[in-house]
Design a protein around this ligand. Structure first.
Ligand SMILES: CCCCCCCCCCC/C=C/C(=O)SCCNC(=O)CCNC(=O)[C@H](O)C(C)(C)COP(=O)(O)OP(=O)(O)OC[C@H]1O[C@@H](n2cnc3c(N)ncnc32)[C@H](O)[C@@H]1OP(=O)(O)O
Length: 276
């Protein structure tokens, strides 16, 4: 029985970041063991180093505590996540850039391969890194009238292979190629049509309830059998990054610090501001 009453475990009170802020809240329903992980970095939940570190620690803790399900959502119902914080790219101090990319790799490895069933409750726009988080989950419920996609080429950057694999494993190679090369952002309705998301929700409450319903499918399934099956299906994709982490980090640093990419990102950020 899924009860609405949820308890906030000690972990949600923990401050994982060095920025004295809680950028990720974790609430675990003590009846069902389902954890709701809420991204809360206004205005757009852009993923900076501190948020990624908090998310990474939360995922580890939920692995250790054997959560029965994870619902990943945003505290805002306008933006799920605007993707990677572009300010992290303009701070080209190599130490922080390395920590930032390593934290993103960690989050993806932990989320993509998590033992618990995972649902992205996409209660807002989800470009680029926001779409990556959603693709890393096993099921996607999205609010109507939002957008989602891997739009990296529009910023003049190249999505790494593991971003591409995450999408390819959901919608197939042909559509992934078209989507990424054009930097296509899909509306909720278009995303449903191509299988990029699984369900449309009217509002955040509806999205959470649909996410919970998906997790109910596993109530009578052995957690061991379920998670081993997931591991068999996802293991190769995860391992392909685990084995190449250093090279992937180097490619990121080389690419992002190049003069051409830096110029392009500056123009993109200005266009975002002008779009207001
Ligand atoms: C050879 C191979 C090697 C591989 C090498 C690797 C290369 C690197 C790969 C990197 C992969 C990158 C992944 C990413 O995630 S990049 C980020 C992409 N994100 C976007 O393009 C989203 C941009 N934002 C938006 O479209 C809108 O903001 C959004 C629809 C999300 C919300 O719109 P809304 O109108 O609600 O809000 P505003 O646009 O007014 O934004 C509010 C403020 O937030 C700032 N903002 C927005 N997005 C970001 C962001 N991603 N990072 C930082 N800041 C962001 C925006 O500028 C506004 O700020 P101000 O209020 O100060 O103006």
């Amino acid at each position: 029985m899924f009860l609405r009453r949820s308890v906030t475990l000690a972990m949600s009170l923990k401050n994982y970041s060095s920025e004295a802020k809680n950028l990720v809240a974790v609430a675990v329903n003590n009846q069902t063991g389902v954890a709701t992980v809420t991204l809360q970095r206004p205005p757009v939940n852009s993923l900076n180093l501190e948020l990624l570190n908090e998310l990474s620690s939360a995922l580890t803790e939920l692995e250790e505590k054997k959560a029965r399900g994870i619902i990943l959502k945003s505290s805002s119902d306008s933006v799920f996540s605007a993707g990677l914080d572009i300010h992290e790219f303009s701070n080209t101090e190599e130490g922080r850039l390395k920590k930032f990319w390593t934290a993103l790799q960690d989050v993806w490895i932990k989320l993509y391969g998590h033992s618990a069933p995972t649902v992205a409750c996409i209660n807002g726009h989800a470009p680029a890194g926001g779409c990556l988080l959603a693709l890393s989950c096993e099921y996607r419920v999205m609010l109507k009238q939002k957008t989602i996609g891997l739009n990296e080429t529009k910023l003049g950057i190249v999505a790494p292979l593991w971003f591409i694999a995450s999408m390819e494993n959901v919608i197939g190679r042909r559509l992934t190629e078209l989507s990424l090369t054009t930097g296509k952002m899909y509306t909720t309705e278009e995303a449903l049509k191509i299988g990029l998301i699984d369900e449309i929700a009217e509002d955040t409450n509806d999205a959470v309830s649909k996410s919970e319903n998906f997790l109910k499918l596993f109530q009578n399934i052995s957690p061991f059998a379920r998670s081993q099956t997931k591991k068999f299906i996802r293991g190769n994709t995860v391992q392909s990054l685990v084995k190449t982490r250093e090279a992937d980090l180097k490619a990121f640093i080389d690419d992002i610090t190049s003069e051409k990419v830096q110029k392009g990102l500056k123009v993109y950020m200005e266009s975002l501001k002008k779009g207001k």
